[in-house]
Structures are given as structure tokens and as C-alpha cells.
Write a protein that binds this ligand. Structure first.
Ligand code: SF4
Ligand code: SF4
Ligand code: SF4
Length: 347
């Protein structure tokens, strides 16, 4: 273990620890755009610069390992000047649309400009003007707002392993895009939305069916009901309606697939069945659960008496719990008397 002093506070950490991790351990927050503990550190955005006593420059906290006796200042005069300069440079090619921007209130760039009091850029010059790629069914890519942190590209490569997007162009023309600039629709993108979930600004955003502001929603932690992996997710709920889903920490390593991330409209769909329907006089009609169970048990008994148990089969669902699936096979085997049991996940 090595002992490091951060803002006058001593902390003991393992030798390979970075300054950012050591600071996190004692609750000192260093701002980041490009850092994500799941990705290989790359220090591209440089907003996490810190001052190290005896050092000649300002190293980036996310890629600098600690050493014995290291003394770090995370908000010194020079650090604050450097961060202001970085934000000023980012804003030199970023539209100031915060009033109507979908990310207002949950945007890291907006938060840091507020913290370091950067109202506008001091640089004059050219500005990018890319068409917004809306060709994906679930999300858009607005490269005019991209701050080149690279998180989306790395998540798609290192975690999702689809490699649908990458950096295209050089210098001022660098932007995130698809091979041959054919657009998301003609790329290998599987619409998992994991790039959308990590974008710190409104460059990649979900196509909202219901407009909402970040401060209008409650977060509800739940388990995805689509398959047996059990991904953890936060439902963003406005007026008792789910308006977005964000991945949460769990077996899924803060990743989701297209279903978990984007396919939640069924929750508030008017056609969703909430009560049992029983066919009466040729028409399906709402019934009580007692009525429905009477019909089911009556028919099962009738058919079993006439044809025996082998005419029955049970097909279970990936969208119910393991315990419910267990009960279904138990019911088919013990109560009905058939081994014909299968599961929709095999189809
Ligand atoms: S991405 Fe952030 S900084 Fe840019 S316009 Fe939207 S809220 Fe403002
Ligand atoms: S949605 Fe998924 S597959 Fe498509 S670009 Fe983003 S991370 Fe890659
Ligand atoms: S699109 Fe978003 S996540 Fe990707 S590089 Fe730009 S700002 Fe970063």
C-alpha cells in the first residue's frame, strides 16, 4: 500500500490505483467526461487534470497512478484555470441550446460550465454543421453537440463488442459516425442503446415518446422482465408512466439490450390485458379471476376425461420468474400428468 495526500487528506491505497480512484475513496469528486470504470482508461477529455506537488504539468487523474508520498490538489488555482480553458474550448464548437435541449438538467457539460462559471466561449471560428442522424428507430445522433469524449465508441467496441461506430475524420472534422458514413440504419448497430446511456451530453439521445425534464421523473429500480438474465434497470417515471429506461449496476454490468432499453411502451399500451377475458357467445368478454379459473379447470377436466393427459402440453414464458416456470412444469407433470413441457426461450 502507498500513502497519498489529496487536498490535505491522507489516504492509503494499492500501488496501481489511479489518482481519480484514490480521490473517490475519500469522497473527493474530480470531474470527468470520458472516464468509465468499465472501459480502458484513455484520458482523452482532460477535464480531470490535477496538480501534483513537484510536477511540471497538470496530469489527468484518470490515467495517473499514485506513488508513495504523492501530494495532490484537485481544485488549485492552476487546475481551475485549466478546466475553464478546456470548457471554453469545448464550447467553441458546441451550440448553446440548453433552454430547449433534451439533456438540460442531466448534462455533464452544462453542470461543469455552471460549476466553473463558463457562460460562453471566448473563441471565434468555424462551427460544425452535421445533419442529425435519425435513421435508427430508437435514438438519434447529433454530432453538432458531440464533445469527442469517445465513450460511445469504446462502449460499442469494448463492452457491447459490435463496433458499429467509430471516430471519422481528423482535427476539426473529427466526429462519431458509421462506416462509409452510411448512417446508423445501414450499420451493424443492434440498437442496444448502450452508447446512448453513456453519452454525457445530448449528442446521442433516445427518441422520446413523452417529453420530460430530468427533474420531473422518479427513478424506480427494477429487474428487466424480458428474459432470464435479470438485468438491473432504472425506470424513469413521469406521472405514473415509464418514459425512459437506464441501465443499472448488477449482473448486466450497466448494459442492456434493445428490449430492456427501448421496448417499454407495452407497459402503458391501451390494449394491454389487465383482466381475464372469457369467450361468451362467441365474444371475448371481461370476467373475474374466479370465473376464468372455473372455465379453465372445467375444460381441463372435460378434455382429460375424454382424451387422457397426453393431449396436454405446457408452454412457459421467459417473462415470468424462475419460480413460476418451476410451478408450471410441476403443475403439468403432477396435476395434469404429462411431461410435454417446453419454454418460449427455445423457439
Ligand atoms: S448538450 Fe448540454 S450543454 Fe449542450 S445544449 Fe444540451 S444541455 Fe446545453
Ligand atoms: S446502439 Fe449499441 S450497437 Fe448501436 S452503436 Fe450504440 S452501442 Fe453500438
Ligand atoms: S457522441 Fe456522446 S459519448 Fe460519443 S464521443 Fe460524442 S459526446 Fe462522447
Amino acid at each position: 500500500m502507498v500513502t497519498v495526500t489529496i487536498n490535505g487528506q491522507k489516504v492509503e491505497v494499492a500501488p496501481e490505483t489511479t489518482v481519480l480512484e484514490a480521490a473517490e475513496k475519500i469522497g473527493v469528486k474530480i470531474p470527468t467526461f470520458c472516464h468509465d470504470p468499465r472501459l480502458k482508461p484513455h484520458g482523452s477529455c482532460r477535464i480531470c487534470v490535477v496538480e501534483v506537488k513537484g510536477g511540471g504539468n497538470l496530469p489527468t487523474a484518470c490515467v495517473t497512478p499514485v506513488w508513495e508520498g504523492m501530494e495532490v490538489e484537485t481544485e488549485s488555482h492552476d487546475v481551475v484555470v485549466a478546466r475553464k480553458e478546456i470548457l471554453d474550448l469545448i464550447l467553441a464548437d458546441h451550440p448553446l441550446e440548453c433552454l430547449t435541449c433534451e439533456r438540460a438538467g442531466s448534462c455533464t457539460l452544462q453542470d461543469l460550465c455552471y460549476q466553473y462559471e463558463i457562460e460562453e466561449t471566448s473563441f471565434d471560428g468555424e462551427r460544425t454543421n452535421y445533419p442529425i442522424d435519425e435513421s435508427n428507430d430508437f435514438y438519434y445522433s447529433d454530432q453538432n453537440k458531440c464533445i469527442k469524449c469517445g465513450k460511445c465508441v469504446m462502449v460499442c467496441d469494448q463492452l457491447q463488442q459490435t463496433n458499429a461506430i467509430g471516430f471519422i475524420g481528423r482535427g476539426f472534422e473529427t466526429h462519431v459516425g458509421t462506416p462509409f458514413e452510411l448512417g446508423l440504419e445501414h450499420s451493424t448497430c443492434v440498437s442496444c442503446g448502450n452508447c446512448v446511456s453513456v453519452c454525457p451530453v445530448d449528442s446521442l439521445g433516445p427518441k422520446k415518446k413523452v417529453k420530460y425534464r430530468s427533474w420531473e421523473v422518479d427513478k424506480v429500480r427494477t429487474t428487466c422482465s424480458y428474459c432470464g438474465v435479470g438485468c438491473q434497470m432504472d425506470l424513469l417515471v413521469k406521472d405514473n408512466r415509464v418514459v425512459e429506461v437506464q441501465p443499472a449496476e448488477g449482473v448486466n454490468n450497466r448494459m442492456l439490450c434493445v428490449k430492456g432499453k427501448f421496448a417499454f411502451d407495452f407497459l402503458s399500451h391501451p390494449d394491454r390485458l389487465k383482466k381475464p377475458l372469457v369467450r361468451k357467445n362467441g365474444r371475448l368478454q371481461e370476467a373475474t379471476w374466479d370465473e376464468a379459473y372455473d372455465v379453465i379447470t372445467g375444460k381441463i377436466k372435460e378434455i382429460k376425461e375424454a382424451h387422457g393427459p397426453s393431449v396436454f402440453a405446457g408452454l412457459t414464458s421467459a417473462r415470468v420468474s424462475t419460480e413460476d416456470n418451476y410451478m408450471m412444469q410441476k403443475f403439468m407433470r403432477a396435476a395434469i400428468g404429462t411431461n410435454s413441457v417446453d419454454h418460449c426461450a427455445r423457439l
